[in-house]
Ligand binder design. Structure first.
Ligand code: NAD
Length: 431
């Protein structure tokens, strides 16, 4: 198996061609592996087979070229599993309504693979999850095939660390953590990942690897909550939180920059820490930082709404008679991903207040807010001038903030996107 991997003759299966799976598939195909994607969404599978890209981190020409050369194709079922040597799972790991892990996707996929498992295969889970998923949930399902792990097949967890939109750190040059359910799994997994990853970080078990990833996301969630809490306090103390943080981050040691904002979004930071919180309960252990961080971060959209109402009030405007233009609906700048985006939650709250809402996002043509379809409005001078308030929810880089502030009557900036706009105090209210 290791030789097959090193000779690039191994056939790679990637289950779930989303933000994680598609860039991963492209990296493997680029070094000469034959990659078969299994993608249940027929629209996505069809696009891949037509050489059409839909993930910003993937280069259009690169994908088209790999599809044309027969190195990548997508299928909607699991029939090709027996022909694969390595199967990497990149499906969603959401939470249910009670903030408990919803492993439905991982379990479905594992069942499909178990029915077709054959000796010699390596299965690697990349989805973020709680410690124990690979060994306690996936392994028993895979062994219903009658095959035994470590002897007949190999099983690893290697959490994806991709930071969508990050141009400096990509799938290839980001160190990658890997844990196997035993030494053979680790050895085969390491041989596989080393083909495309510059630096591997092996750990002693799949559980350790799972904990590494949820800890990383918890670290971000907690630190973002800390600066968000500081923003709430600064609001009461009439201090500029951005000025305080910028000065604090000039200390060359013992501190690390994190910035406040309208809340947290995306598929990772709002969700993953709760996977760990849930698992900890099995050990009669309460992860207090995770609960607290979630609470503070989830409160931010409500705080932004409150600040909108206060700002409008100072202008003598009732929210129910105000026109509000939201800039940026994505959860993060320079991306079109709006999963769990705080901008959506703020928009819903403002609609409940009776405001007339429109949005501009260069990356999101249309979306549903509170069940109604909205289309991104062009950023024309009249559109900005007509709005009573411009609310910057996401700080996309390709927006001219100087121009925006110039045109606007009043701006509420939740990201400090207007930091370089001269004399902004006249019009701009900060978070
Ligand atoms: N997006 C990120 O920035 C990021 C970063 C690191 C880790 N992760 C983790 O990676 C995992 C995947 O996240 P994502 O953002 O790529 O999700 P995504 O929704 O973009 O992609 C998942 C894909 O899996 C497909 N899928 C679902 N069930 C399937 C099935 N049974 N068979 C075949 N395909 C199926 C979906 O149609 C979708 O295209 C999650 O666990 C996430 O937490 C995400």
């Amino acid at each position: 198996m290791i030789e097959k991997i090193q000779n690039r003759r191994a056939i790679i299966g990637v289950v779930g061609l989303g933000y994680v799976g598609l860039p991963f598939a492209v990296e493997k195909a680029k070094v000469g592996f034959q990659v078969i994607g299994i993608e249940q969404n027929p629209r996505r599978a069809g696009k891949i087979n037509a050489g059409e890209n839909y993930i910003a981190d993937v280069k259009d020409e690169e994908l088209r070229d790999l599809v044309d050369r027969g190195l990548i194709r997508a299928e909607e079922d699991f029939n090709s599993v027996p022909g694969m040597d390595v199967i990497v799972i990149c499906v969603p790991t959401p939470l249910d309504k009670n903030l408990s892990p919803d492993l439905r996707y991982v379990i479905n996929v594992t069942n499909e693979i178990a029915r077709r498992l054959r000796p010699g295969q390596l299965i690697s889970l990349e989805s973020t999850t709680y410690p124990g998923t690979t060994e306690e949930v996936m392994l028993p399902i895979l062994e219903t095939s009658g095959l035994q792990v470590e002897r007949d097949f190999f099983l690893c967890h290697s959490p994806e660390r991709v930071d969508p939109g990050n141009r400096r750190y990509t799938t290839k040059n980001t160190n990658k953590v890997l844990g196997g359910v035993g030494p053979n799994s680790l050895a085969v997994g390491q041989a596989f990942y080393e083909q495309t990853i510059q630096h591997m970080v092996p750990v002693s078990s799949a559980r350790a690897a799972e904990l590494v990833k949820v800890f990383e996301n918890t670290f971000r969630a907690v630190n973002i909550a800390l600066v968000n809490e500081l923003a709430l306090l600064c609001d009461k103390m009439n201090l500029n939180v951005w000025e305080v943080l910028d000065a604090a981050f000039t200390k060359p040691f013992g501190i690390m920059p994190f910035y406040p904002g309208p809340g947290v979004g995306g598929h990772c930071i709002p969700l993953d820490p709760h996977y760990l919180e849930w698992k900890a309960r099995e050990f009669n252990f309460t992860t207090r930082f995770i609960g607290l961080a979630g609470e503070v971060n989830r409160r931010m959209p409500e705080f932004v709404r409150e600040k909108v109402v206060r700002t409008l009030n100072e202008m003598g405007k009732a929210p129910s008679r105000a026109r509000i233009l939201v800039i940026g609906m994505a959860y993060k700048k320079d991306l079109g991903d709006y999963r769990e985006s705080p901008a959506l939650k703020i928009a819903e709250l403002l609609l409940q207040d009776g405001a007339e809402l429109s949005y501009h996002d260069p990356y999101i043509e249309e979306l549903h807010i509170a069940g109604q379809l909205y289309k991104s409005v062009p950023l024309a001078a009249e559109t900005v001038q007509e709005a009573d308030l411009v609310l910057i929810a996401t700080d996309h880089s390709n927006i001219d903030y100087r121009w925006l502030v110039n045109q606007a009557r009043r701006v509420l900036d939740t990201r400090n996107a207007t930091r370089d706009v001269p004399s902004r105090e006249e019009k701009v209210v900060l978070l």
